[in-house]
Design a protein. Structure first.
Ligand code: GUN
Length: 274
């Protein structure tokens, strides 16, 4: 078994991005919009800001109360789209229920959409054109697999979870790299057997789903889940202690996908389109 050390790979990527940013005449400026009081979102947004500061990317957080109207939020995004000093815009999700998330995402300029969530960027990904930005978590996962030279072409990949943020773009990006992809979700039949025969398993569900009997000695396990267990300890979708000795590669939680997502986002934030 080998641990996929996301922390270590992320720090290499961040050094590379820092060198690039240092060499730029025009410096990137990432604006993160945070609506409401979601405690996990606050932590994520702060982590993004800290990472940006460390590598010389200017970042601003704009906070709104959860009572903000959809119109005010959309107006702010339009203002940022038109501000040439802002090179990246990220609206932290989830948003309060009275705000239409899709309307918000569709308002972000594709050339500043560092999350890669807008229809133009998603559509380009699907039809095989280069989007302005690839979604951070899937892109970070591919960077991690590439760093360990884990073959993707022709691999049988199982992605569990079909979110717009991880599962769907992840499946598409594996497909674009010539993997055979099975995208699984809560209605999937015989999930255990699908996981058992896959070469690479990416779990992005948010509850314990991958257990020992489902894996084999050649499995590569990527755990995107991150939440606190009953004892308040950070844990992922995979029963790590039991699965770890029986597989080929596994990403830990914490220290796996989390730092790769941040590094991947910083890579995106360093890209400037005019
Ligand atoms: N909420 C959870 N993950 C993400 C992400 O990658 N981007 C945004 N904008 N919100 C999120």
């Amino acid at each position: 078994m080998m641990i996929l050390d996301g922390k270590n790979v992320a720090s290499k990527i961040l050094t590379m991005v820092k060198n690039k940013v240092d060499s730029l005449d025009i410096k990137p400026h990432l604006v993160v919009i945070l609506v409401g009081n979601n405690s996990a979102s606050k932590i994520y947004v702060n982590n993004k800001k800290l990472a940006a500061e460390k590598i010389g990317i200017r970042s601003s957080i704009i906070e709104f109360p959860d009572t903000i109207s959809e119109e005010t939020l959309l107006d702010k995004i339009i203002e940022l789209n038109n501000n040439p000093e802002v090179t990246g815009i990220l609206v932290q999700l989830p948003l309060p229920k009275h705000i239409d998330k899709n309307k918000v995402v569709m308002t972000i300029s594709p050339k500043k959409d560092v999350d890669g969530f807008t229809p133009e960027n998603v559509g380009k990904l699907v039809i095989g054109l280069k989007p302005y930005f690839y979604p951070a978590t899937p892109q970070g996962i591919l960077m991690l697999l590439d760093e360990y030279c884990i073959p993707i072409k022709g691999a049988d990949v199982v992605v569990i979870g079909r979110s717009n943020i991880v599962g769907k773009p992840m499946a598409q990006m594996f497909l674009n790299r010539d993997a055979t992809v099975t995208l699984c979700h809560s209605y999937t039949k015989n999930l255990d057997e699908k996981i058992k025969t896959a070469d690479i398993i990416v779990s992005a569900v948010g509850k314990k789903i991958v257990r020992c009997k489902m894996v084999n000695k050649n499995s590569v396990i990527i755990d995107v889940g991150i939440y606190k267990d009953v004892n308040g300890k950070l844990t992922g979708d995979v029963d790590f202690n039991i699965v770890e000795p029986t597989v080929k590669y596994i990403s830990p939680v914490p220290g796996g996908v989390g730092p790769m997502t941040i590094a991947s986002l910083m890579y995106n934030a360093s890209i400037i389109y005019s």
